[in-house]
Design a protein around this ligand. Structure first.
Ligand SMILES: [Zn+2]
Length: 464
């Protein structure tokens, strides 16, 4: 496997800390609002990475956190009058529902920040002891000047980047950041700690949770791959790396991977710009699998400009896979073709080269159709072709639906019931040899935009 390490800025050969085992951490959402397309893309990218490593034979442990304590959550509590628990449990559930719809596998470990406070407090204490942190009025800051390698990760500590960090005259250095925020008033959300009531800063969460839940005992602060959106590179990941270096004397991750932005109509999608595009809204219009396939089709390091035209052409590509699956309806899969599997893994093993992988899929679909045109009864080949499609399900998370159901998408439940009723009526008419009525029903369905096919598995239907 080759991986582009964003810290080294080059493609590297992947060698895990332990042979055949891989630990991956991806920064999860702050749960104060619904997931947007940026979350969806990042989730899908690291879901693909995880699936590819599993397909290559690694035993993968994947962790993604939920930031369930944060200024934005507290603001929402004040606005809504709801408790922290009510808000965060709602948005955690919503996030998981959206990601399920996009075919993202659940993480092996999904820790919440509020359940890992002890690990954060321990790390802050060790930073204080080592002189890498300082207290000011109940707050605790990380002293970036104490980390000789600060900025070595992102190399983005230029004045412009630093100017985006909230200025605070109390800090020793402009890049210093809060490890612990002391309780400000009785309305604040506070937890007890040896340094007084307060709550953790955002960055300490990831370092502490990695140490607590994911790292191996012999490298207690380090994992194989740390991932996230490119917007997290600085300051978030830089700060995570600095804390871990100072607290443990280890690099947090052996490889860093960052996915590109999702833009809409050329403008960077960001909450602050107020043009966020919620996954739930996209899911009202498009099926989750189509969205997944679309978000997956652009190489993860490139920015993706979300637009209808590309989405529709992506759908057409997926349609072709399902059309082939429909031709193979009822066929039991045998073994996936070796060359197909190898070509896919070679492409994806090269820093997730999705364009190459999808061209392998396109080629397979084209050739399979040609072969079936020539010889529709090739039994063994049909079984292999079905196995290939099934393999796409485990590797890319696509093509797993029933082929007929796929082409029924966008039809509401009431219409579906009506269609099923008409199909039953036709069946009865055929049974009693009333072929005129059976034909009339077929025509009625055609008028509704529905085509029916009689197969050995019964009558099936799809949108024309
Ligand atoms: Zn993080």
């Amino acid at each position: 496997m080759k991986i582009f390490d964003s810290s080294k800025k080059r493609v590297c050969d992947f060698k895990p800390l332990k042979e055949k085992r891989v630990t991956i951490y991806a920064c999860g959402p702050t749960v104060y609002d619904d997931a947007h397309l940026g979350h969806a893309r990042s989730s899908i990218v690291f879901d693909l990475l995880r699936r590819v490593l599993m397909a290559l034979g690694y035993e993968v442990t994947f962790m993604k956190n939920f930031t369930d304590i944060d200024d934005k959550i507290i603001k929402k509590m004040r606005q809504s009058g709801k408790s922290l628990e009510e808000i965060t449990s709602h948005y955690i559930r919503r996030y998981l529902e959206d990601m399920d719809a996009l075919g993202v596998l659940r993480a092996d470990i999904e820790p919440k920040a509020t359940e890992s406070l002890e690990a954060m407090i321990d790390m802050i204490e060790s930073l204080l002891k080592k002189g890498c942190a300082y207290k000011i009025d109940g707050d605790i800051y990380f002293d970036t000047s104490k980390d000789g390698r600060y900025c070595s990760l992102s190399q983005r500590c230029d004045e412009e980047s630093l100017s985006r960090i909230e200025p605070n005259p109390k800090k020793r250095n402009p890049a210093d950041f809060a490890l612990w925020k002391g309780c400000k008033d009785e309305k604040d959300v506070c937890f007890d700690s040896p340094f007084g009531p307060g709550r953790p800063g955002w960055h300490i969460e990831c370092s502490a949770m990695i140490k607590k839940h994911l790292a191996y005992p012999d490298t207690p602060c380090q994992i194989d791959i740390h991932g996230g959106g490119a917007d997290l590179f600085f300051p978030h990941h830089e700060n995570e790396a600095a804390q871990t270096r100072c607290a443990c004397g280890q690099e947090l991750a052996c490889y860093w991977m960052h996915n590109g932005f999702v833009t809409i109509s050329g403008e960077k999608m960001s909450k602050s710009l107020g043009n966020s595009f919620f996954v739930k809204d996209a899911l009202k219009v498009y099926d989750g699998e189509i969205l997944r396939f679309y978000l997956l089709s652009t190489h993860y390091r490139q920015n993706l400009n979300f637009n209808e035209e590309d989405l529709l052409s992506s759908k057409k590509r997926l349609d072709k896979i399902y059309r082939l699956k429909k031709r193979l309806y009822g066929v039991k899969p045998s073994q996936v073709q070796k060359e197909f599997k190898e070509a896919l893994l070679e492409a994806l093993g090269n820093d997730l080269n999705i364009s190459k992988a999808l061209s392998v899929v396109d080629e397979f679909v084209k050739e399979a159709n040609e072969r079936l045109d020539k010889n529709p009864k090739e039994k063994e080949f049909k079984k292999e072709a079905m196995a290939n499609i099934e393999y796409l399900g485990s590797l890319l998370g696509i093509g797993q639906k029933d082929a007929y159901e796929y082409f029924q998408m966008g039809i509401d439940d009431e219409t579906k019931k009506r269609i099923e009723a008409l199909i039953n009526e036709r069946k009865e008419a055929k049974k009693s040899k009333d072929f005129n009525k059976a034909d009339a029903i077929r025509e009625e369905l055609r008028q509704m935009g529905i085509a029916i096919m009689d197969t050995p598995q019964g009558t099936v239907w799809e949108k024309i």
